[in-house]
Design a protein around this ligand. Structure first.
Ligand SMILES: Cc1cc2nc3c(=O)[nH]c(=O)nc-3n(C[C@H](O)[C@H](O)[C@H](O)COP(=O)(O)O)c2cc1C
Length: 226
């Protein structure tokens, strides 16, 4: 749909109100406008950083949504490096993550991964966005395999110190444990909320706690096998 919405300023106001009421971290996901040509995309992201500087706990650069034509073409080392230079220039104080598509080229993943880490413009990666199909982005269960596969590949290409947030088809405590086994530092879920409702994260956390207690696991990162 090309990110149809009320515009950054109104959204920032709404988010600020929510944030003032409930003290939780707010990740702000930024996508360029549908009608902004790719050579001018950096300007859009700069405007968005500014609009959300008071609101965001962390930022996500979305260059992987299949529903905005041409957006995924920005998944290149060249673009991400140019945007990174602007992030350093503006001294963005929040962590900035880059969100990628499950079918990104290995070389692009490698060069984008090299821009993440301490003293680099990006904090880490979010893997993955939806699968591109003729009907739009495909999320949920069918994404479980491709998302996990890209996480595993990324862990062979980017330093262990670079955080990776895994997303795509996560529905259960087992799914969460599997992602940590393959090197995730955190997880997100979206589609599963449709089937299980807003109580799902609490349910998964309780399940995780009892599984970890049973198996003597102190922290999820102890599960890492890579
Ligand atoms: C209706 C819908 C809207 C989405 N909008 C965005 C978006 O604006 N930006 C983004 O980075 N990802 C977006 N996504 C992708 C999700 O954030 C997530 O990466 C993907 O759905 C995989 O996770 P899941 O299988 O748990 O849904 C959207 C997904 C769906 C289904």
């Amino acid at each position: 749909m090309g990110f149809n919405n009320d515009g950054a300023e109104i959204i920032a106001e709404q988010l600020k109100r929510v944030r003032d009421r409930i003290k939780i971290p707010v990740g702000v996901n930024l996508g360029k406008n549908r009608d902004t040509p790719n050579p001018e995309a950096i300007k859009d992201y700069e405007i968005l950083f500014k609009a959300f500087e008071q609101t965001a706990s962390y930022f996500v650069i979305n260059i992987s949504s299949p529903n905005t034509p041409g957006l995924r073409d920005l998944q290149s080392g060249e673009f991400v490096q140019s945007l990174g230079a602007r992030i350093l220039h503006h001294q963005i104080s929040q962590p900035v993550f880059i969100k990628l598509a499950p079918d990104i080229e290995t070389e692009d993943l490698r060069s984008i991964g090299a821009l993440c880490g301490d003293k680099k413009p990006y904090t880490g990666l979010i893997l993955t966005n939806t699968i591109s199909t003729d009907l739009g982005g495909l999320s949920g269960y069918p994404l479980k395999g491709p998302s996990t596969a890209l996480l595993r590949l990324a862990r062979t290409l980017v330093p262990a110190s670079v955080p990776i947030i895994s997303v795509g088809g996560i529905e259960t405590a087992e799914d969460v444990m599997e992602r940590f086994t393959h090197g995730a530092n955190a997880v997100q879920l979206y589609s599963a909320l449709i089937y299980s409702g807003p109580g799902l994260p609490g349910h998964i956390l309780r399940e995780l706690q009892s599984k970890m207690r049973r198996k003597g696991i102190r922290q999820l990162t102890d599960l890492r096998q890579y």
